[in-house]
Design a protein around this ligand. Structure first.
Ligand code: FAD
Ligand code: A2P
Length: 271
């Protein structure tokens, strides 16, 4: 029997399909990509959606992804891990411009400005791809309308893993839309833990030992002035939460805004 002519094969049309417009590989474990935005999709900076591809049986294989672009952007950006044997990312890491992905247009999440009481300083605390929701919030004018200072603490094992965030922050100052609003309000405090860098140490240690406050010339956190958002592994979230509670901050939610909010950057790891 003759096999069908490949040129006649119709590419299956994905449900909720969006087209990839850009892909950038940062390290062998990290990449970012941009896709078209469904016209009807409205979201709050910091929220996540389900995205994915079809599996070998033609069934949608979906995972939660923070939207890394701000709510005003005409495209959507994502910042992704590559898990070598991960069901989704072992394939997703090979996407090219023009490919389609599935994007369920139902944004949700706790890392939104509405879930925090008004304050003076806003702390974004992240490890690894936990930067993604803050990549969105750092580019949102509302962040700078609501807070006098925004401090982005991002920690990775190695310097190369910080590069996506570093470039994003550097480019913000010259951004024609939001650069002026950002001004000097955004303070970037990246650290590594396993490779020499000008600032080192875990977010937890830098907060509890007071190093970050001393380095930046800021007072220790307190419930009257400081607000925070946490996004990392489960262990990271648990440890940071305990430190913030030690400063007197309380965990809030969309339904009850308080001083800080938490979201997992991924699931599946123990403490
Ligand atoms: P999975 O079977 O999902 O994961 C395999 C293992 O890989 C996990 O058990 C875990 O140990 C590890 N792992 C998974 N994701 C990560 C990660 N991001 N960093 C380090 N280790 C990881 N992932 C992103 O890359 N970018 C995002 O913006 C993002 N946002 C998320 C938001 C939420 C609310 C949640 C719950 C998860 C988010 N994730 C994000 C994780 C994502 O949903 C998938 O787990 C990831 O894409 C890997 O999918 P997979 O099918 O290849 O492997
Ligand atoms: P460390 O190198 O000291 O383990 P990972 O790549 O394992 O997800 O970790 C990403 C970054 O988060 C690393 O710099 C790691 O530091 C740090 N980290 C991991 N677990 C915690 C935790 N419970 N509290 C604070 N930082 C953490």
């Amino acid at each position: 029997m003759n096999s069908p002519d490949p040129s006649l094969r119709v590419k299956p049309h994905l449900p909720d399909a969006q087209t990839v417009t850009a892909v950038h590989h940062w390290t062998d474990r990290l990449f970012s990509f941009r896709v078209t935005r469904p016209q009807s999709l409205r979201f709050r900076s910091g929220e996540f959606v389900m995205i994915g591809l079809l599996d070998d049986n033609g069934k949608p294989l979906l995972r939660a992804y923070s939207i890394a672009s701000p709510s005003w952007d005409e495209e959507l950006e994502f910042y992704s891990i590559k898990v070598p044997d991960g069901p989704l990312t072992s394939r997703l890491q090979h996407i090219k411009v023009g490919d389609e992905i599935i994007l369920r247009p139902k944004p949700v999440g706790t890392l939104v400005l509405d879930a925090l009481l008004p304050g003076n300083r806003l702390w974004f605390l992240a490890t690894g791809t936990g930067l993604a929701p803050f990549a969105s919030l750092m580019r949102d004018p509302e962040t700078y309308e609501k807070f006098d200072q925004v401090i982005m603490m991002h920690t990775c094992r190695e310097v190369a893993e910080l590069e996506y965030g570093r470039q994003l922050v550097e480019n913000l100052k010259d951004d024609p839309l939001i650069g002026e609003m950002v001004g000097d309000k955004l303070i970037y405090y990246p650290t590594t833990t396993r490779e020499p860098f000008h600032h080192m140490g875990r977010v937890t240690d830098n907060l509890s030992l007071g190093k970050v406050f001393a380095d930046l010339g800021l007072p220790p956190m307190d419930a009257a002035h400081d607000r925070a958002m946490i996004c990392g592994s489960l262990a990271f979230n648990v440890d940071v939460k305990a430190i913030l509670e030690g400063f007197g901050l309380r965990e809030g939610a969309n339904s009850e805004p308080l001083e800080f909010v938490v979201e997992k950057a991924f699931v599946g790891d123990g403490i």
